[in-house]
Design a binder for this molecule. Structure first.
Ligand code: PLP
Length: 376
């Protein structure tokens, strides 16, 4: 059997990783500034994380959600304290797309409405429901996506209010910072406006923090820079450092009923051991603060060049926008300088490094970028 050929692959085969470093099958070392798409939060193969998962596996790896799993409770308590949402409830699932699907489903139950407002250049996942909330030319969407969605411009509250006034909107869904769409930031004022408009018109504000959350921007969630409290917050990626896991944080006014949401794998013992260990390491090593500090350090160090149009983002969620296509620069960074970076669209290098990135590693990138900009 062949693999279904849907991914464009670099000719690199990683076999080992530690912290912000990855080694391939030929022994070549790389600096990882992409973290497998913002997934590696505490660094690759952290010893505490390995210990937590392996010791859990030696006890029990899996049962179903029809029995009590104390690790889920422990995660809910620890996460609530860490992120400042102690009065919210946690529902656990397996991925970012699933979290967004669950959030929209819950908002529909709660409001008895079925339309959703999303934003231009948004990305919320690849399942047919999540992709219908997505506005990205690079993402192929089927014809029968099943949510009724209206797209508004980011930072245009008037447009959102026009749609909300129709009275049929269950939810407004927005990324803390748009990732795949090109590191576009909703302004603090706009997020505050969305919060009050949702209250006024009885819609649920859903903050997709799948990419921008879990400490990445220098606060636990990107929306906390604006001081708002959404109805639902969706999680994925960094929550368990590569062990598949997702979840949604749900405000106290939502009432649970049996069978409303469900999943086979969500909240399993291994994912919980991994997720608990992530929060412990983040706390012990001050990774949220580190992400904020190193992000600013990188921003300040990006060389000024007529080829660079803009540098934007917060913490370790950064976009370097060029006046040209970045594919050759990215290749040079990977194959000449041995640095993994990401991309958004054709003209932006996107950095989503592990939150433990050091100043010395940041310097390594700045030097390499300066050289490839001069050479290529
Ligand atoms: N939401 C955002 C903002 C994302 O960036 C992504 C993935 O890139 C998703 C949702 C989907 O997450 P997953 O691929 O885990 O389903």
């Amino acid at each position: 059997m062949n693999l279904f050929d849907v991914y464009s692959l670099f000719d690199v085969t990683p076999v080992e990783a530690k912290g912000c470093r990855v080694w391939d099958d030929k022994g070549q070392e790389y600096l990882d500034l992409y973290g497998g798409h913002a997934v590696i939060s505490i660094g690759h193969s952290h010893p505490d994380y390995i210990k937590a998962i392996t010791s859990q596996l030696s006890k029990i790896g899996f049962y179903s959600n029809s029995v009590i799993n104390p690790l889920q409770e422990q995660l809910a308590v620890k996460l609530g304290k860490t992120c400042g949402y102690e009065d919210y409830s946690l529902f656990l699932d397996n991925s970012g797309a699933e979290s967004n699907e669950n959030a929209v489903k819950l908002a529909s139950f709660h409001t008895c409405r079925d339309r959703v407002i999303a934003f231009r250049k948004s990305f919320h996942g690849r399942t047919s429901g999540a992709v219908s909330l997505t506005d990205n030319p690079g993402i192929v969407s089927p014809f029968n996506s099943h949510h009724k969605v209206s797209f508004c411009e980011l930072n245009n509250a008037g447009q959102v209010e026009y749609e909300l006034k129709k009275g049929d909107v269950a939810a407004v869904i927005i990324e803390g910072i748009q990732g795949c769409g090109g590191i576009n930031l909703p302004s603090d004022v706009f997020l505050k406006e969305l919060e009050s408009l949702c209250h006024l018109y009885g819609a649920v504000l859903i903050l997709d923090e799948v990419q921008s959350g879990y400490g990445r921007t220098g606060k636990f969630f990107a929306h906390q820079w604006a001081g708002i409290r959404p109805g639902i917050i969706t999680l994925g990626k960094g929550i368990a450092n590569g062990f598949p896991c997702g979840g949604i944080l749900i405000a106290p006014e939502f009432k649970a009923s049996k069978g409303m949401l469900g999943t086979t794998f969500g909240g399993n013992y291994l994912a919980m051991a991994a997720a608990l260990s992530v929060l412990e390491v983040m706390e012990k090593e001050n990774l949220v603060e580190n992400a904020g500090e190193i992000g600013e350090y990188i921003k300040a160090g990006i060389p000024s060049s007529p080829r660079i149009k803009d540098v934007r983002g917060k913490g370790l969620m950064l976009g370097i926008e060029f006046n040209e296509e970045v594919a050759p620069l990215r290749k040079a960074l990977l194959f000449d300088k041995h640095i993994f970076t990401g991309v958004a669209g054709k003209n932006m290098i996107r950095l989503l490094a592990p939150l433990c990135l050091s100043k010395a590693e940041a310097d390594e990138f700045i030097k390499a970028l300066t050289e490839v900009i001069q050479d290529k």
